[in-house]
Ligand binder design. Structure first.
Ligand code: DOR
Length: 446
């Protein structure tokens, strides 16, 4: 495949709880050597990190790239470019496309498209429905990163609410189950009350009341009960409330059967931001109170929250501009900003660089059983990101690579900069430019 050698010199390596100064040699797409000093052989390209931090690339276990069927919003090519610009080297993509990814052939169509278009490594979820249990049971190993169950309805109407089907999935799923947890019956009841009060002019500030903490809690409790009853591997996506944090165990991810994820927006925004950002931060689950935000940050610190992901969910500016609460779509684009936003927590003294790497790379690789990625280890694929925590990145619309062309962080200046991203040893982002390449690969799973 690739023969290029790259020698990264004078880096501060952030890996497996350690910070160390040294060099890293990439050969044939993999990490050939890590040492305090490596001398270059002829033909090797040298990147002088000049003290910048070298991290394993972020593995984002939750993105919506909208292909096929919703490509006016986004596509695999555009969003994977945004991802590598943001230091994400692998992504796992959600099934609420058109058609939804609920059959083996729909899954394989996505892999075929990604093989042509993606700049980052890729895997796809098989979506659960009320009637595709046979497809789930027969899923060949390695075909999907997980089974996605919408245990609460969201974009794409893929709600699974048949009790027998849910029990069957938790009993028989051959791979990890990833759930969206929000109680749809409770949400519908609260929506009805809001409609009675406001008609269709429901203010956005009602969103976290309609999709409230109780709705999240009920559904997360159900998912955990099902996982315990059937000894399943459960990963609960995008947790958003303080109350749900009591459901998870603190401690390292190894050996956990039930794991918890938080997404960028819940760490950086709270309900006070609706006035300023409006529908741009409308998403499901809803962004909740400042107290919830603080509780999530604490749970991240004590390892009740294991993984940081994006739930990158682009919608166009026009769609987001709808003044009708029911029409305005939920979701926001995040892949390009995710790592930089997480590094803000480092600048604020909340998370160490080692903790950030654990939540964005090590733990994701461990939880999903991703083969040979997510760590700086000799023999592993060279999925790398070089980050300067002393240079800044102003967030302007011109910088946005996602097809939708906007970022919820516009106007902010991040206190770090992504200098280079390598995917399987190939530069994909360097000196502020995308480097088009075809080295991205399908993720393999243990
Ligand atoms: O806000 C959201 N947007 N939540 C979801 O569950 C789906 C996503 C989307 O696909 O737009």
């Amino acid at each position: 495949m690739m023969t290029d050698s790259v020698l990264i010199k004078n880096a501060r390596l952030v890996n497996e709880g350690q910070l160390s100064d040294g060099d890293l040699l990439v050969r044939d797409g993999r990490i050939a050597k890590i040492a305090s000093s490596i001398s270059a052989e002829g033909g090797t390209r040298i990147l002088d990190a000049a003290g910048a931090c070298l991290l394993p690339g972020m593995i984002d276990d939750q993105v919506h790239f909208r292909e096929p069927g919703l490509t006016h919003k986004a596509g695999i090519w555009s969003e994977s470019r945004a991802a590598v610009a943001g230091g994400i080297t692998s992504f796992m993509e959600m099934p609420n496309t058109l058609p939804p990814t609920v059959t083996l052939s729909a899954l394989e169509d996505k892999y075929a498209a990604a093989a042509q278009k993606s700049l980052a490594n890729y895997a796809f979820y098989l979506g659960a429905t009320n009637d595709n249990l046979d497809v789930i049971r027969a899923l060949p190993r390695g075909t999907a990163c997980g089974i996605k169950i919408f245990m609460g309805a969201s974009t794409g109407n893929m709600l699974v609410d048949n009790e027998d089907t849910l029990a069957g999935i938790f009993r028989d799923a051959p791979v990890l189950i990833a759930t969206h947890c929000e109680s749809t019956p409770l949400i519908n009841q609260q929506l009805k009350t809001a409609l009675e009060k406001y008609g269709r002019d429901i203010p956005l500030t009602e969103h976290p009341r309609i999709r409230n903490a109780e709705a999240c809690y009920r559904s997360s409790v159900l998912a955990i009960e099902l996982a315990r009853a059937h000894d399943a591997q459960l990963h609960i996506l995008h947790l958003s409330t303080a109350r749900e944090m009591e459901l998870f165990a603190a401690g390292p991810i190894e050996g956990k059967n039930i794991t918890a994820e938080v997404c960028i927006h819940f760490l950086h925004f709270n309900s006070d931001d609706y006035a300023r950002l409006g529908n741009r931060i409308k998403c499901n689950p809803a962004i909740k109170s400042a107290a919830d935000q603080q509780a999530l940050l604490r749970a991240l610190k004590d390892d009740r929250l294991d993984i940081i992901a994006t739930d990158h969910a682009p919608h166009t500016v026009e769609e987001k501009a709808s003044s009708d609460y029911l029409e305005a779509p939920a979701g926001l684009p995040l892949v390009q900003d995710a790592l930089l936003a997480t590094l803000e927590l480092h600048h604020d003294g909340i998370l160490s660089l080692q903790e950030i790497v654990r939540k964005t790379a090590h733990n994701v690789a461990t939880r999903f059983g991703v083969v040979d990625r997510g760590f700086l280890r000799e023999g592993y694929w060279a999925d790398l990101v070089l980050v300067d925590t002393a240079q800044t990145t102003p967030v302007t619309p011109e910088r946005v690579l996602s097809k939708c062309g906007w970022s919820p962080f516009e106007g902010r200046t991040f206190r770090s900069r992504i200098l280079s991203t390598l995917v399987n040893g190939q530069l994909a982002w360097h000196e502020g430019q995308i480097v088009e390449h075809s080295a991205a690969a399908r993720l393999s799973f243990l």
